[in-house]
Design a protein. Structure first.
Length: 207
């Protein structure tokens, strides 16, 4: 990003890793999109099978993918046009035109899986023991959260375990996973949900 005429690095180590592992052909064919939505300004970089998005308002990155058949592929949007107070998108898979709307939590009728992962929980190189994880949701919804953990930095993950997200409107819902064992050096955790209801996570507590 250019600030005061000088370039400023905004990529994280994770983004750098993704970019460095692209082939020369994938980099040659890479392209960018930009759109605004609900006060956010998003710059989308599509290269190979990666779609990474930078939010200019928050300074944060996220990744977008689509389920095409039974395979997870990069976000299936190839063009964005904003007109008539709507965000129109063109689909590279079957050339249909859709509307990007964050109040609709499906993609052409398919559930959208949302997840986030933590940085590695470290104990200065010593064994760590995770007795309990508490996910604090803004309010319950009629659905579930999954939890997976990785002890090798996110290369391999445990089998997901599921917990109820509570009743609709159950404010301050605490969702717990207990007796998660020990890790040799560090552990990162990933939570996800495929709900079509509104879902906000306030914090994650490890004990």
């Amino acid at each position: 990003m250019f600030r005061s005429g000088a370039p400023t690095k905004i990529s994280s180590d994770t983004i750098d890793y993704l970019l460095q592992n692209l082939t020369a052909t994938e980099l040659d064919n890479a392209f960018m999109l930009k759109h605004s939505q609900n006060g956010g300004e998003f710059v989308v970089l599509i290269a190979g099978d990666e779609c990474i998005v930078y939010d200019l308002a928050t300074g944060r990155w996220h990744e977008r993918k689509s389920m095409i058949g039974d395979q997870e592929k990069r976000w299936r949007v190839n063009a964005i046009v904003q007109a008539y107070n709507k965000i129109f998108v063109w689909d590279f898979q079957d050339s249909r035109v859709g509307i990007l709307d964050d109040q609709i939590r499906t993609e052409y009728g398919n559930s959208v899986h949302r997840y986030f992962s933590t940085q590695t929980i470290d104990n200065k190189g010593k064994y760590i023991q995770v007795k309990e994880l508490l996910l604090v949701a803004d309010a319950g919804f009629d659905g579930v959260f999954t939890m997976e953990y990785s002890d090798d930095g996110g290369i391999t993950w445990s089998q997901p375990t599921t917990r109820s997200a509570g009743a609709i409107g159950e404010y301050g819902r605490l969702i717990a996973w207990e007796r998660l064992g020990t890790a040799s050096f560090g552990r990162c955790v990933r939570h996800g949900t495929s709900t079509t209801s509104q879902c906000n996570v306030n914090k994650l507590i490890a004990a």
